[in-house]
Design a protein around this ligand. Sequence first.
Ligand code: ADP
Ligand code: MG
Length: 352
Amino acid sequence: MDAIQLDGVVKEYVSHGEVVQAVKGVTLDIAEGEFFSLLGPSGCGKTTTMRMIAGFEEPTRGAVRLYGKDVTDVPPNKRDVNMVFQSYALFPHMSVWDNVAFGLKQKKVPTAEIRQRVTEMLEIVALTGREKRRPREMSGGQQQRVALARALVNHPRALLLDEPLGALDLKLRQAMQLELKRIQREVGITFVYVTHDQSEALTMSDRIAVMNDGLVDQLATPREIYEQPASTFVAGFIGTSNLIAGTATEGVLKISGGRVLVPGHDGEVTVTVRPEKIAIWTEEQPGDLSSVRGTVTEVVYLGTYNNYTVCLADGAEITVFQQNAVDATTTAERGDSVWLSWRPQHSYVIGR
Ligand code: ADP
Ligand code: MG
């Protein structure tokens, strides 16, 4: 069964007498037990979408369904979902234990059950032994785990997380990404995760909805989104991509200093090629390959790989990532004339 369904959801705000469409018509299904991310740049409508799922905002049009039931008019506290925010909103004067137990006490859950559920949750978020600490005596990552335990202890069917790691530094954020994924697997509930960080979404998600200006541009697995971007926006937002546009004739797109093979395509095409799929050579390579000649204008050494910028005769630039692997042979330098080549299956023709 689908845990969450959005059906043509629109949200309009009136701001200074003008109508602002924050969400312009989003339809999507989130499966039970799925780790689902809403990914997109700041202002594209992620938080608004999330708040409509939680019930903090009412859609202007469209419907929200949870477990098949229309909840469009149901208030947040009756929705069986819990939300975790970037600001952890912990009670500063309360211990970790009391923060996590708070909701259950409010609901008059029997003391023995509270003890058992809080113990279990603190174990899951790896905070056993820290029960007596106050929030300020803990790191940002630990505070976020308290906030997570406090939401999960209610046994919601879905957990909504809006940029929950935004306040943490990179190392801690990466550690917490893996931790969150582990916790989700362990508790087995639906996670809906909002982020503007593409690597974060790729790391954790079963599926991602890429949002662009109030709409979903693509909804797919991380691999599909990376390898088969639905739009030039998605191709540019997720990772680095080379975009090549032109007119193909019988599966060949002629470009300045070379050709791109696009088997089965004719007419106007926009092609994306990921930098790590391109090989760099001192001579033209034989065979059924896309192949283009250019001049190296920049080489950036990045430890695990080199980042080359290669300029074609018409001024277009192509980015190439070359792994510093055991068998890496090329040592092109700035100013060198080189040949780039890649296999036909690595040219992906974008739909829009
Ligand atoms: P995101 O979370 O992706 O950064 P939001 O959902 O917060 O985006 O906002 C989407 C758009 O809606 C933005 O342009 C924002 O300024 C606007 N917006 C959000 N909330 C309100 C509001 N309460 N009143 C008016 N405009 C709003
Ligand atoms: Mg937001």
